[in-house]
Design a protein around this ligand. Structure first.
Ligand SMILES: [Zn+2]
Ligand SMILES: [Zn+2]
Length: 152
């Protein structure tokens, strides 16, 4: 075998490796953003402030291979980016909200229902800023009893 031919083979080999790496890496990146997109889409379409498990059940219909762990990872990521918020209803399970416009959460401590009250003016941000405080979100929480539970 001539040395030119060996060099030629080496170059071809390196090329093939690079192409394989690009397709694997690119494929997993695409897969990752597709999963994240699906998690975000499901949450933005929901008005019920679902838990991670409930989001997982819905996302599985779009991406059947997704795991609960991946859903959690994507939710964390979206939260870090400020695209969604999480809500604590007081029972230890975190609930999620894709609506980050200014609103108040009325959270029933009995049935854990979350009622959205949308506000025109973000008064919380106004008061916080006056105190030199930088709020992370414009969603405010009031705990209490809903109409149904208060009547029991
Ligand atoms: Zn209630
Ligand atoms: Zn909400």
């Amino acid at each position: 075998m001539s040395s030119y031919f060996k060099i030629f083979l080496t170059i071809i080999f390196v090329f093939v490796i690079i192409i394989v790496m690009i397709s694997i890496f690119g494929g997993s990146m695409k897969n990752y953003s597709r999963q994240r997109e699906a998690v975000s889409k499901v949450l933005k379409a929901s008005k019920s402030h679902p838990s991670a498990a409930a989001i997982y059940d819905e996302v599985k219909k779009i991406v059947p291979s997704i795991s609960l762990g991946t859903v959690y990872r994507n939710l964390d990521n979206l939260k870090q980016n400020g695209d969604i918020i999480s809500v604590s209803v007081g029972d230890g399970t975190e609930r999620y909200d894709g609506d980050i416009s200014p609103h108040i959460h009325l959270i029933c401590r009995n049935c854990k229902n979350i009622i959205d009250i949308h506000i025109k003016e973000d008064f919380g941000k106004k008061f916080a800023t006056e105190c030199g405080f930088s709020p992370d979100s414009s969603v405010y929480t009031v705990y209490g009893l809903c109409n149904n539970c208060a009547q029991k």
